[in-house]
Write a protein that binds this ligand. Structure first.
Ligand code: ANZ
Length: 966
């Protein structure tokens, strides 16, 4: 909205007192204190040892490690929505410093990323150049906010000294395997020792000794165990972009989110992280974390643990293994479905349709081979999301084979259908149309039998022919489910599951199992602007780790930053990465120190995904200049080690957006656990407490064509909005350049100062709730600071006006107001309720204004200390004016005197049958329940009731309780 600067026309404007708190004064104060803090390293957090060691007194105090999700240095810079979380953690960190903690708070940059690479493709500017310029710009924007960061600890993920360790961690992961028995990762050399000694059989090579295997065979075996491994995985290949995409980057209709090109499922050799090995621990350890329940739930769903069974259905001497969570419904399995890509499909598909094949099953094809080929082509063009979409016609085709249901020996037809996904369970299901809705729809479409095996409890009867949908309830009993050896009839589902699982295991037809939705993490990208893999391939194509001495492996210069793109529709193309074009870099002679001397190698030419750098950055903040180790163990233990209430250790507070609920947090947790297992860190979780801040929203104004117009130029008249005379609509939306409604912190700082901006952002509402930005409301917080200033400083002379009086001589109302504010602000800051803390500061300040006269020094000082975490510049200035030579940052936060905090009480009258029997002194805020309990427990009331029962109690808190005896 257009508006004038209220600071210029402030309340008592005309004869502008020379020492009034104005925007100009705020700017001067803020710049001066920011320089002071930098020069004095006010926010330096000492380590117990190493190059950042210092201040033994601080190190002896309890620690708090407070972190923000670090930003990507975008070219657009910050708008006022971005610093919401940074200001909140800053206020909290400042409060923790003032309550006796050694506080680590800093901020780095997550600086690899696609935007810089795309910009490089368009302009030829090296991504490092544009990224560094963007970082510089953001640093100055952030500095203007007065954030108390320990700048000695900042870094960017693109710094070679940083990504050296990202590569080093990759190698730790590459060089380890998950020992299921030990329940943790171990060095791969331990596994090799087990193979060598014969303690463990070499999988895939029965009867052969480890020493008899070729190098390639060994590499292959180990690849099946390594926690980072290359495999020919089906991936989302997008020829139009020339790169592989993560599932999240593919739209529901199977196209690239960016560019809208077709995406194909192709098999490509890619690096993966075996995060699935940690599924159980990633799930279990969530219980101990102080995270929002909603985020924990999203992680649980993502990991998706399902308990069920694997069951073998024999076909021609082979087995089709299915995964089911409802093994109790085995007697109702009347057909089977394989995912179209299932590797056994070819094997079971005969040349001709069996005698008497139902016409509907064949899809009109002359042979099963033809039917399968046609259906596969159709399925390949769909995304998993599309394939799983409910409410759609079920499609599929019979492959011409029958399998045996192990529980009753029935021959059931085998289909392929796209509602079964290759990537889940075993890629094959037993279909129980009575119990599963998808199977029900399919059975209806293909005229397959539906057998009632669970007694319906909703009155629909037991004849499926009359049903409209499946009946899958867990709260029903099993029927029609017995053979010669076992009967489930009459059993509730849970018991039936146990019983049939026993039977499956006894007869060898299957076993109980746990399945996870979580997949291994696809870890390679065909991009330039990422960490190079510290991997080289020898002439036999065997992957070798670079020795630590060759790290960091720096990104080479290239002429062209873009992956080669192809005809968007040509699924048979393969990626050609930017790094692969630098032949001098790719083909090298190296001595890997393995005793084999210098050899020719080819470097891996993919780069790591964006997530890599943010998987472990918390650790590097602890010991950022350590050239010898990732982090010194003693320093890590000090800042992140487990302690009471946080058994896995971790950062004390991590604040960021809820959009990172799953991937970033899951990947970071996984890396933490690997490093923990291998003994590099003492914390098995990176982030003990997580807090998601809300979003700052902004109004979007659109013209009649629906195009966003510049919000700052819109005028409001009689409740309607106009842009250049034309009426426009207004809706709440995101803030950003594209919606032309971005407000920058720089503008607000120029107009009011950073302290006002900080107060405004914190006062807008509870931190976890989204809130609309309103530039016109910012002035309210500016006025608060003006009144605060006026309560301490004479606006005409600039002299401090406070009176030196003893607490005993301060009026009781003021003392009560002061101590209540101290008590409330303390609790609110500890609980991250910054908005209510500001309300309490405002109340106290207003009280002082109302009382008038000169404010007692002891009150003014404590008020300044209360304000210090929220508006640190003005607090420093007033603190200095009040005669203190030291910074306010490390002062003790005031403590309330309980004598002044107790609520005043009100008198509650207790009546029995309308007659007053007792009077109680209670808090005005007492709840109806508590008041009733207090009344009934009162001696006089007990006596008056004389043991009579009670018919009714009428409570009108806080003043009246009326008891009606029985
Ligand atoms: C028989 C059955 C009967 C099933 C019944 C369900 C209900 P969650 O809980 O998500 O793990 N399923 C298994 N693998 C599948 C795949 N690759 N693609 C599509 N569906 C698959 O789901 C497990 C259930 O989903 C399994 O249990 C299987 O169907 C199906 F009344 O088996 B059920």
């Amino acid at each position: 909205m257009s508006e004038t600067n209220p600071a210029a026309t402030a309340p008592v404007s005309a004869d502008a007192a020379p020492h009034r708190y104005t925007a100009a004064m705020a700017a001067e104060i803020e710049a001066r204190w920011q320089d002071f803090w930098d020069a004095e390293e006010t926010y330096a957090a000492p380590n117990p040892k190493g190059d950042l060691a210092g201040d033994p007194e601080l190190v002896a105090k309890p620690k708090k490690f407070i972190m923000d999700m670090f930003p990507y240095p975008s070219g657009a810079g910050l708008h006022v929505g971005h610093p919401l979380g940074y200001i909140a953690t800053d206020v909290f960190a400042r409060f923790q410093r003032m309550t006796g903690h050694n506080v680590l708070h800093t901020l780095g940059f997550d600086a690899f990323g696609l935007p810089a690479e795309q910009y490089a493709v368009q302009t030829g500017t090296h991504p490092r150049v544009s990224t560094e310029a963007n970082m510089k710009n953001m640093q100055s924007q952030l500095r203007r906010l007065g954030l108390g960061h320990d700048k000695r600890r900042s870094f960017a993920t693109i710094d070679p000294e940083y990504y050296k360790w990202t590569q080093w961690i990759f190698l730790q992961i590459f060089n380890s395997w998950y020992d299921d028995e030990a329940g943790k990762a171990r060095p791969i050399t331990d596994l090799v020792a087990q193979f060598e000694s014969g303690e463990r059989a070499v999988p895939g090579h029965p009867g052969r000794a480890w020493s008899a295997l070729s190098d390639a065979e060994r590499a292959d075996v180990l690849g099946g165990f390594r926690l980072a491994y290359a495999s020919d995985a089906p991936v989302n290949w997008c020829p139009g972009l020339g790169t592989v995409l993560a599932n999240e980057e593919v739209t529901a209709d199977g196209r690239s989110e960016r560019g809208n090109f077709p995406v194909f499922k192709s098999k490509l050799r890619q690096w993966n992280m075996r995060i699935t090995a940690y599924a159980d621990r990633l799930l279990d350890d969530l219980d101990e974390l102080d995270w929002p329940e909603a985020i924990k739930l999203q992680q649980r769903n993502w990991i998706g643990r399902s308990e069920g069974a694997r069951v073998d259905f024999p076909v021609d001497g082979e087995n089709i293994t299915v995964f089911t969570t409802r093994q109790d419904t085995l007697f109702g399995a009347t057909y089977m479905v394989l995912a179209p890509e299932h590797p056994l499909v070819e094997k079971f598909t005969p040349a001709a349709w069996p005698e008497g094949t139902h016409e509907v099953w064949t899809g009109g094809h002359a042979t099963p081979t033809e039917a399968v080929a046609a259906y596969r082509a159709q399925a390949a063009s769909k995304s998993d999301v599309e394939r799983q979409a409910e409410a759609k016609d079920k499609t599929g085709v019979f492959i011409g084979a029958y399998a045996t249901n192990p529980v009753n020996g029935e021959q059931v037809p085998v289909f392929i259908a796209d509602y079964v996904l290759m990537g889940y369970g075993t890629g094959a299901i037993m279909a129980v149309p009575a119990g599963d809705q998808r199977d029900f729809e399919f059975a209806r479409a293909f005229e397959l039998p539906i057998r009632c095996i669970v007694e319906p409890t909703d009155g629909r009867g037991t004849d499926p022919a009359t049903w409209e949908d499946a009946f899958g309830s867990y709260d029903a009993k099993i029927m029609n489910s017995s053979n010669d050896e076992i009967s489930l009839d009459g059993l509730p589902v849970v018991e039936a599951k146990e019983r049939i699982t026993e039977w499956l295991e006894r007869t060898g037809a299957g076993e109980g199992t746990v399945n996870f939705r979580l997949r291994d993490w696809l870890f390679s990208r065909q991009r330039y602007w990422g960490e190079p893999f510290p991997i080289v391939y020898d002439e036999d194509g065997i992957a070798h780790a670079l020795p630590e001495s060759m790290l960091p492996l720096e990104l080479p210069e290239v002429e062209d930053y873009s992956p080669r793109t192809f005809d968007p529709d040509d699924a048979d193309t393969r990626p050609e990465t930017p790094l692969s074009r630098n032949e001098d870099w790719v083909n090298v002679t190296l001595d890997l120190g393995d005793g084999r001397g210098p050899r020719r190698f080819r470097r891996e030419t993919n780069t790591m995904p964006n997530w890599a750098g943010s998987c472990w950055y918390e650790l590097r903040y602890l010991d950022p200049h350590n050239g010898e180790r990732l982090v010194d163990p003693e320093i890590e233990q000090y800042w992140m080690g487990p302690r009471e209430g946080m058994p896995h250790g971790g950062v004390d507070l991590y604040v960021g957006g809820a959009e990172h609920a799953v991937l970033h947090l899951l990947y970071a947790r996984f890396w933490s656990k690997v490093l923990f297992d291998l003994g590099h860190v003492s914390s098995a979780e990176p982030f003990h407490k997580l807090f998601n801040q809300g979003m700052i929203q902004a109004y979007v104004y659109r013209d009649s064509r629906g195009i966003a117009v510049p919000a700052a130029e819109v005028e409001e008249r009689d409740g309607a909005y106009y842009y250049q005379g034309e009426k426009v609509s207004r809706l709440l939306g995101k803030m950003g350049k594209s919606l032309k409604n971005a407000v920058t912190p720089d503008e607000i700082c120029a107009e009011y100062g950073a302290d006002t901006l900080r107060l405004y952002e914190m006062a807008m509402g509870p931190l976890d709730v989204s809130r609309p930005w309103d530039t016109r409301a910012v002035v309210g917080q500016f006025r608060l600071l003006q009144r605060l200033w006026r309560n301490v400083v004479d606006e005409n002379t600039g002299e401090v006006t406070v009176a030196d009086v003893a607490d005993a001589d301060v009026d009781a109302d003021t003392l009560r107001a002061l101590h209540k504010a101290i008590d409330g602000v303390r609790q609110d800051l500890e609980g991250m309720r910054f908005n209510t803390a500001i309300a309490k500061v405002t109340e106290l300040n207003n009280h002082l204004t109302k009382v008038g006269g000169v404010v007692p020094r002891s009150v003014a000082e404590r008020l300044v200390l209360l304000v210090a975490p929220l508006a640190p510049h003005v607090a420093e200035e007033l603190w200095r004016k009040l005669g203190h030579p030291d910074s306010v940052v490390h002062q003790d936060f005031p403590v309330a005197d309980p004598a002044y905090v107790v609520d005043e009480t009100v008198t509650c009258v207790v009546q029995i049958k309308g007659k007053v029997k007792a009077r109680l002194e209670v808090a005005p805020s007492i709840s109806e329940d508590d008041l009733e309990k207090a009344a009934l427990a009162d001696e006089k009331v007990v006596a008056a009731l004389g043991g009579a029962g009670i018919r009714k109690v009428i409570v009108r808190a806080p003043k009246l309780v009326n008891i009606v005896p029985a």
